[in-house]
Design a binder for this molecule. Sequence first.
Ligand code: MTE
Ligand code: CO
Length: 425
Amino acid sequence: MSDTNVSASPSRRRFLATASGLVAAGVASPVLAQDAKIDAKALPPNVADWSKALGEGVVAHPYGSPSKFEKHVIRRDVEWLTASRESSVSFTPLHELDGIITPNGLCFERHHSGVAEVAPQDYRLMIHGLVERPMIFTFDDLKRFPRVNRIYFLECAANSGMEWRGAQLNGCQYTHGMVHCVEYTGVPLKVLLAESGIKPSAKWVLAEGADAAAMTRSIPLSKILDDCLVAYRMNGEMLRPENGYPARLVVPGWEGNMWVKWLRRLKLGDEPWETREETSKYTDLLADGKARKHTFVMDAKSIITSPSPQAPIKGKGFTVISGLAWSGRGKVKRVDVSVDGGRNWREATIDGLVLDKACVRFYAQTQWNGEPWLLQSRVIDETGYVQPSKDDLRKIRGVNSIYHNNGIQTYAVKPDGEVENVEVS
Ligand code: MTE
Ligand code: CO
């Protein structure tokens, strides 16, 4: 990939042709998106209207929202994946984001029975079963406990689930948008369980949601005591209703389905309960008819978010390839990118925080001059696990699965800069 490397020092690089030169030649700058109509009166050397009048005053919007020019940055759903609005999923617009934190209003949502509306004064969390003292906590009780702040990714086990048999959906929002990465504030479960006490025979915990689905999952007690939280804030503010207000379970690195929202009950027991969500769902049917079960950990995965089908390349020359990577087993160690379908790899730069079971942001600076690319990324985590190709994954798991598809994504970049979800073998 040496031909795609940018070797000049940053101070001497010219990333884009200078805008003034292009304007003088009567050509729109590549930075100003072709999609929007340009108001010539607003451009230098004129003084734009927004500089000639007072703007809106403070508290015009008591709860702020993004600029009206960013209206396209929204969660989206896929009609044919939507059986009913209440049992459905919306996808994070990964192609419109940067850094690692997902803004609250853009976090994908997955509901099995719609959003439960739970009033904080009526919220209760019951802890019972194999405990010394069964307890019921109010929401105010929860907020009085010592708390921690942790950034974690949450990935639905069904993320990329439509791609098992081949390229199907077009755009990382749809193929990979069932992931978000948020800073949670909450109480470690080991703190709450110290209040109730734990009977020596306890090995498992049943977590139940207060929504009409009464979503229930069995979680090993060792995981609960290791790093699970009862969270009530995301990115500083209280949880959004769609993400489990007022309190949800945080199960770092494990299937999103286990992160029970509107958490109402934790029962300690000595064996798993074999609920619907861990038997007929969230198990992986293999080619020989057997099913993998208790596949809790989300294996390492990465996705290029730009360029991507919803974020095509808009001009030849300097191009930043950007994406997200994560691992349910710990920290991301390295991310590689390829422009030739995985024949040659080059190490990407990870910029920003590298945290346990959180997303990292990676970049690879390149030149693109209209040549066709087969663009890929692959992550390697701190355990040495390497993200597999889709073919390698299918060799082991067959194509009957829905869940746990962490295979390498391929994009074809066309000469006009358009990008398409494809497969290579
Ligand atoms: N908890 C309850 N009570 N009900 C649900 O439908 N959906 C689960 C999990 N917790 C769900 C739930 C699934 S499948 C996922 S992937 C995550 O919540 C999604 O969390 P989010 O909506 O905050 O993105
Ligand atoms: Co899910």
